[in-house]
Design a binder for this molecule. Structure first.
Ligand code: UDP
Length: 241
């Protein structure tokens, strides 16, 4: 057995767009399998993993595609998109031998289980990767907020945002070559400077519940597992002691 990971129970937030690969839209199965392998490596450390995946690769409530659709209906459509992503990811995990299930904040009993905190914690403790789908189950929220909420409810040690890059920058490092990378930040800095880490409701929820937020690459092979183990490159957001 490897040494205990630094973070024993994590909530990993991934964007829906991350599952598109090079496609303009939807789900690229190779990209899903590649990401599932990164999650498997974290679980192989002995860490418990909950996952929240966005829905922007399929549908989002505030988009051109939603024009003319009543806001709450469009938001429910967005939440349903997250269920599709969750089913794809859970299926890819199982194909790689990782026990996994989907629990949705919107009841869809024919498709997946409904979320209850009690059952989710039991599954995490049993070593299942639980994919939390359907966002918070409420319109006017985002999957960032759902990730912070599920992290708080299930007592996660860290809320990790898996991105294309190795942390938080003051500008998009893919567009601005000398963008400044932050090693550590406080929740207040993220909120005040409007740094694009997670939306403000999610950051506020993490702060209130003292859950450190880590931003790291899910693109660099093995990096996510290194970060969960206690190494790797990341930006950490927390309050000074
Ligand atoms: N959504 C929602 N409530 C939630 C989570 C998501 O209404 O708790 C909807 C919302 O319309 C959002 C879409 O689902 O646009 C996809 O979620 P995601 O967080 O990926 O949206 P984004 O932040 O990319 O717009």
């Amino acid at each position: 057995m490897p040494d205990e990971p630094k973070y024993k129970r994590i909530l990993l937030k991934l964007s829906g767009e991350g599952l598109m690969g090079n496609q303009p839209f939807g789900i690229d199965s190779e990209e899903v399998a590649r990401t599932a392998a990164e999650v498997k490596a974290v679980r192989d450390l002995g860490a418990q993993v909950g996952l929240v995946i966005g829905g922007g690769n399929i549908f989002r409530g505030l988009s051109d595609a939603a024009a003319g659709i009543e806001r709450t209906t469009a938001d429910y459509m967005g939440m349903m998109a997250t269920v599709m992503n969750a089913l794809a990811m859970s299926s890819a995990l199982k194909a790689q031998g990782v026990p996994s299930s989907v629990m949705s904040g919107i009841a869809m009993p024919v498709v997946c289980d409904s979320y209850t905190r009690r059952e989710a914690v039991a599954r995490l403790e049993a070593g299942e990767v639980v994919v939390f789908a359907g966002g918070t189950g409420n319109p006017f929220f985002t999957t960032d907020t759902a990730a912070a909420l599920r992290a708080a409810e299930t007592g996660c040690d860290a809320l990790i945002k898996g991105t294309q890059v190795d942390g938080v920058y003051d500008a998009d490092p893919k567009k601005v070559p000398n963008a400044k990378r932050y090693e550590r930040l406080t929740y207040q800095q993220v909120l005040a400077d409007n740094l694009r880490v997670m939306d403000q409701t999610a950051v506020a929820l993490a702060r209130e519940n003292h859950i450190p937020m880590l931003v790291c690459s899910v693109h660099e092979p093995g990096e996510l597992a290194r970060v969960v183990a206690g190494g790797g490159r990341f930006t950490i957001i927390e309050d000074p002691n």
